[in-house]
Design a protein around this ligand. Structure first.
Ligand code: ATP
Ligand code: MG
Length: 666
């Protein structure tokens, strides 16, 4: 939702002309010879049991890229064990700071404690029959045991497939079936926003579905005596995991994994269709997560114990959920591989009230804070009182991820949260890319609100003409975003469907990785994401980006969020349907609808006049906080029998409300 509401091209942090020049030369050097760039880093940043003979082989076109193949390493060893040993000696440093649903539930886990717990879990899994290469499905709350189990899988060479703990039984069953996952780890209950989630009960419903019967051999349940009273099955498919883990020896050797062995599978959120199980590797992915964590947030690998009361000590907090790639790369693997302490947050920004994030910043003296535009926009609706109540002076870097951030929200984040002195890093990336591919670097490259700015080191971004597939070589350009050379963090395949991987990413523009997003590159070479390429409407022959219309809408002070979709239109081919939520306290009215229609007409042109504007209290959001446009399209078009799976929504009841609103407007 890039919008043009306020000085869209304003440059912040203009004092970095010299560092910008340094970035430019370092960036061109990195893409001139990707093989030596990444191979130097891999050797210096990771511990290898056996060296890799070559850095990179294969091509996009063949879908055969591999990094560091033949090299042997273990990701858990790199993220945990080595930091307990010389020369790092960080065993007593905090690895995980966990804050539970209730603000006073706090745990601090040292690297040494993490190592012991991970080894016990790893031994418990092995004792139950889990083997190297097996897929282990994790359906867990945001508790330290989730990160520990991910690391335990990495330790024994099992492949984890984390499913966000909000998905329905059907969604879990689909993913278990797709991955033929014999093992499931869950917890009896989770808590979020003061409510209990009966995770074991939902898991039980999933494994009873026909497609999972005979696939799943064991379900490991943490906190087996949990308060939800769910029955233990007679057929002993369930294992009381807390008890089993507790009884294990806290020493477990690390499997030697090939760099190309899969580390995990992760299903994408599904805002654009059937979820794809993307496969990420042990060597390339971990290097990439580690490297981008340090660069994008202005952090560095911790190479020794911290000195007591260090005033510059960083407290890094990514408040995403570990069930998404953001959590994999920037809560678990990226920070721990750097020896940095990471923050795990179980609750929501609204619990017990909408000051929760800022309260945490004050209490933990958080220096780096990473969240999504949707969270920023929803908190901005409540005004400045909550953030102004807390001491936010520890903050240095603010990050955003997941969708374009509209400049008004960017400004609020920058001014009200960062007090005008923090860098705001707008990180563009995808589940498929493994880590950030475009972002500004704090204190190094300038910021422009709404632009994700410049490519990361080692990433060669190009803008292609969508029709010819040719690279547009003028600096100012508009087209589709693509990447020209392989990078270590890229997903290698879609599990069980390599053809789909080729079709979606590699075939559309042969020789390039196609991201599926449209973009504009400005005269300074800064990238502005304009939305997914399939989000372009054709209204009476005019091509209109849904993001452009959304921008025009959110520029109106009464609008909090907007989502625009096409509807079939007899005359125009496609018409424009806008779903908008309003700023706190603004009442719905016919006059407002007229005003919004005018707003779009004046800011884009009469050809973009919306055909339908639906004011609503809520939009259908994926669990990761993105608007599910696929569902809006169906609702707008009245195609209610093909709505598809709505259980992946954070609140499926929104759909019925929208259906009746749209019916009333027809
Ligand atoms: P699915 O692929 O199943 O539809 P998804 O694309 O929402 O799900 P992710 O991989 O989490 O799943 O999201 C990547 C997409 O999010 C990008 O392709 C882009 O459209 C958008 N995105 C992420 N970060 C940014 C950003 N900083 N600026 C603009 N867009 C972003
Ligand atoms: Mg995607």
């Amino acid at each position: 939702m890039t919008n043009t509401d306020i000085e869209p091209e304003a440059v912040y942090n203009p004092s970095t002309a010299a560092s910008l020049a340094l970035y430019k030369s370092a960036h061109s050097a990195s893409i001139k010879d990707i093989s030596s760039y990444w191979s130097e880093l891999a050797k210096s940043k990771l511990h290898w049991f056996a060296p890799f003979p070559t850095a990179v082989t294969g091509s996009f076109q063949e879908g055969s890229v591999s990094w560091f193949a033949g090299g042997k390493l273990n990701v858990c060893y790199n993220a945990v064990d080595r930091y307990c040993l010389p020369p790092f000696n960080r065993g007593n440093e905090v690895a995980i700071i966990w804050e539970g649903d209730e603000p006073d539930a706090i745990k601090r886990i040292s690297y040494h404690e993490l190592q012991l717990s991970v080894c016990r879990i790893a031994n418990a899994l092995k004792a139950s029959g889990v083997q190297k290469g097996d897929v282990v499905t994790l359906y867990m709350p945001m508790v330290p045991e989730l990160a520990m189990t991910m690391l335990a899988c990495a330790r024994i060479g099992a492949v984890h497939s984390v499913i966000f703990a909000g998905f329905s039984a059907d969604a879990i069953a689909d993913r278990i079936d797709d991955a033929k996952s014999k093992w499931v780890v869950t917890a009896s209950v989770g808590s979020r926003g003061g409510r209990n989630l009966p995770l074991k009960t939902i898991c039980d419903a999933a494994i009873k579905k026909e497609r999972c019967v005979g696939v799943v051999q064991k379900v490991f349940v943490f906190d087996g005596n949990g308060p939800n009273g769910s029955e233990w099955d007679k057929e002993d498919i369930h294992v009381r995991f807390s008890d089993l883990v507790h009884a294990q020896w806290p020493v477990c050797s690390c499997e030697w994994m090939d760099a190309e062995d899969p580390l995990f599978i992760l299903y994408t959120s599904g805002s654009t269709g059937r979820p794809k199980g993307l496969v990420h590797t042990s060597g390339g992915y971990s290097l990439y997560a580690m490297h981008t964590t340090a660069n994008s947030f202005g952090l560095s690998q911790q190479t020794g114990p911290s000195s007591p009361n260090d005033p510059h000590k960083d407290v890094y907090a990514c408040v995403a959920d570990a069930g998404w790639i953001t959590g994999h790369s920037y809560i678990v693997y990226g920070p721990l591989l750097n020896g940095i302490s990471t923050f795990m947050f179980e609750s929501t920004p609204m619990y017990p009230d909408h000051g929760r994030y800022w309260d945490m910043v004050q209490r933990h003296k958080i220096t780096v804070f990473y969240t999504a535009p949707t969270a920023i926009r929803s908190l901005m609706r409540f005004g400045d009182d909550a953030p102004n109540k807390y001491d936010l002076s520890s903050l240095k870097v603010l990050g955003t991820v997941g969708e374009p951030i509209n400049p008004a929200a960017w400004k609020w984040y920058f001014d009200v949260i960062g007090k005008g002195k923090c860098a705001v890093v707008d990180t563009y990336w995808q589940t498929e890319t493994g880590g950030h591919v475009i972002t500004n670097l704090p204190g190094v490259t300038p910021m422009k609100p709404g632009s994700c700015t410049l490519p990361c080191y080692g990433i060669e971004v190009v803008v292609l003409d969508p029709a010819s597939g040719q690279e547009i070589d003028t600096t100012a350009a508009e087209g589709v975003l693509a990447i020209k050379q392989p990078w270590p963090g890229m997903a290698r395949t879609c599990l069980g469907d390599h053809q789909r991987y080729l079709n979606v990413y590699m075939k559309p523009y042969p020789g390039y990785y196609f991201a599926g997003d449209g973009c504009r590159r400005d005269e300074d070479g800064f990238i502005w994401i304009t939305g997914r390429v399939d989000d372009v409407l054709n209204v009476s022959g005019h091509r209109i980006g849904t993001a452009e219309v959304e921008s025009a809408l959110v520029a109106h002070p009464a609008v909090a969020q907007a989502a625009v979709v096409g509807i079939p239109h007899e005359i125009k081919g496609q018409g424009i349907c806008c779903f908008t939520t309003l700023t706190e306290g603004v009442p719905e009215s016919e006059d407002l609808i007229k005003e919004l229609r005018n707003q779009v007409r004046t800011s884009i042109g009469p050809f973009a006049t919306p055909d339908m504007i639906v004011l609503t209290a809520a939009l259908p959001m994926t669990r990761s906080g993105k608007i599910m446009r696929r569902i809006l399209r169906k609702v707008a078009a009245g195609e209610l029998d093909t709505l598809g799976d709505t259980t992946t929504l954070s609140d499926p009841s929104v759909v019925d409300i929208l259906i009746s609103k749209v019916e009333n407007l027809r």
